[in-house]
Design a protein around this ligand. Structure first.
Ligand SMILES: Cc1ncc(C[n+]2csc(CCOP(=O)(O)OP(=O)(O)O)c2C)c(N)n1
Length: 335
């Protein structure tokens, strides 16, 4: 399920009906995958807590729809959505999260290290801000090759406070690296509201380096697609990096292992969550598809059935796969 580069992306303007449908299906695949992982974690079927991407799907999908396997992404601890949006293989990711030998990293990485270099996926990352420096290397490499490929880093509002973001903005601007900085402002850094840990506006951090920035509705896949299209075109043509701040909201807890979400040590109000559920990127995308006559309910039902089947098959594959052999424990450790 690799994402081909979208031709209408280059022309900017409105995404075609086919693009809108494809983006909807990819977002749904991410949502249903995350819901299943959440349920499987609660059932005790996973070996580690998972950081779910539910609610933020429009960001990864709107950006990655412009990318091919030859472009690079670096992700965060909340990385399943980026992996799938970039065309990563769902069964291989599922097996990885289940720590199985058939996993995309042979079961050695797990949820926070899903990576597939053959698809341009440098991986999820447990180090907050870690992807920012990694992607600079990929962008520099593409800059030297000059083939028009780009490198995109996704990072959170919490990560925006890391010094490495300033260093990367400086380097990317100075060397005109073909790069996108995509900040997913989901309003929380673990259990702290962004307003309590981030000074000023994140998008404003680009200006001192002469890097253009924009703020988009991160729950509107069309808006993300349009902003990303402009930034990718700019990067591919050698004009340098762009910072996109996508305003969004995570609909799950910080990590599935947490107990504080809306109970106990409550850190966000039910009314706020309800407001964001009303702005669910999937529901909005479905409304656009129907309002524009691109899809009727039966089409959406068919997509839902296809996605459900794909998730089910991936889980079966993961559960029926063997664990890595003991002898593998010391492999892939040293190069
Ligand atoms: C360098 C580093 N510092 C702290 C942590 C602990 N930590 C894990 S997730 C997280 C919050 C990250 O917030 P944000 O970047 O906004 O991403 P979000 O979880 O909202 O997607 C923190 C502080 C870490 N993993 N790495």
């Amino acid at each position: 399920m690799s994402s081909p580069p979208s031709t209408d992306a280059i022309n900017a303007g409105e995404p075609s009906g086919g693009t809108l449908l494809a983006m909807y299906e990819r977002m749904l695949l991410i949502r249903r995958t995350e819901e299943r992982l959440g349920a499987d974690f609660k059932a005790g079927d996973l070996i580690a807590g998972v950081h779910l991407y539910s609610g933020q799907e429009a960001v990864a999908v709107g950006v990655c729809h412009h990318l091919s396997d030859r472009d690079w992404i670096a992700s965060t601890h909340r990385g399943h959505g980026h992996f799938l949006a970039k065309g990563g293989d769902l069964p291989a990711m599922m097996a990885e999260i289940h720590a199985k030998a058939t996993g995309v990293c042979k079961g050695m990485g797990g949820t926070m290290h899903v990576a597939d270099f053959s698809r341009g996926i440098l991986g999820a990352n447990g180090i907050v801000g870690g992807g920012v420096s990694l992607i600079c290397g990929a962008a520099y490499s593409e800059h030297l090759k000059g083939d028009g490929h780009v490198a995109v880093v996704f990072f959170g509002d919490g990560a925006s406070t890391q010094g490495v973001v300033s260093e990367a903005l400086n380097l990317a601007a100075l060397w005109k690296l073909p790069m996108l900085f995509v900040c997913e402002n989901n309003r929380f850094s673990e259990f702290s509201a962004t307003s309590t840990v981030v000074a000023g506006e994140i998008a404003d951090r680009a200006a001192p380096y002469g890097v253009p920035a924009c703020v988009v509705d991160g729950n509107d896949v069309n808006a993300v697609w349009e902003a990303a299209g402009r930034a990718v075109t700019r990067a591919r043509s050698g004009q340098g990096p762009t910072l996109i701040e996508a305003m969004t909201y995570r609909l799950s807890g910080h990590v599935e292992a947490e107990t504080g979400f809306l109970q106990g040590a409550r850190y966000r109000e039910a009314a706020e969550v309800e407001q964001w559920i009303a702005r669910d990127p999937l529901r909005r995308s479905a409304q656009v598809l129907q309002a524009r006559g691109i899809a009727v309910e039966a089409d959406l039902d068919a997509i839902e059935a296809r996605v459900k089947d794909a998730v089910e098959q991936a889980v079966e594959f993961a559960k029926n796969s063997p664990p890595p052999p003991d002898a593998q424990a010391l492999e892939f450790v040293y190069a």
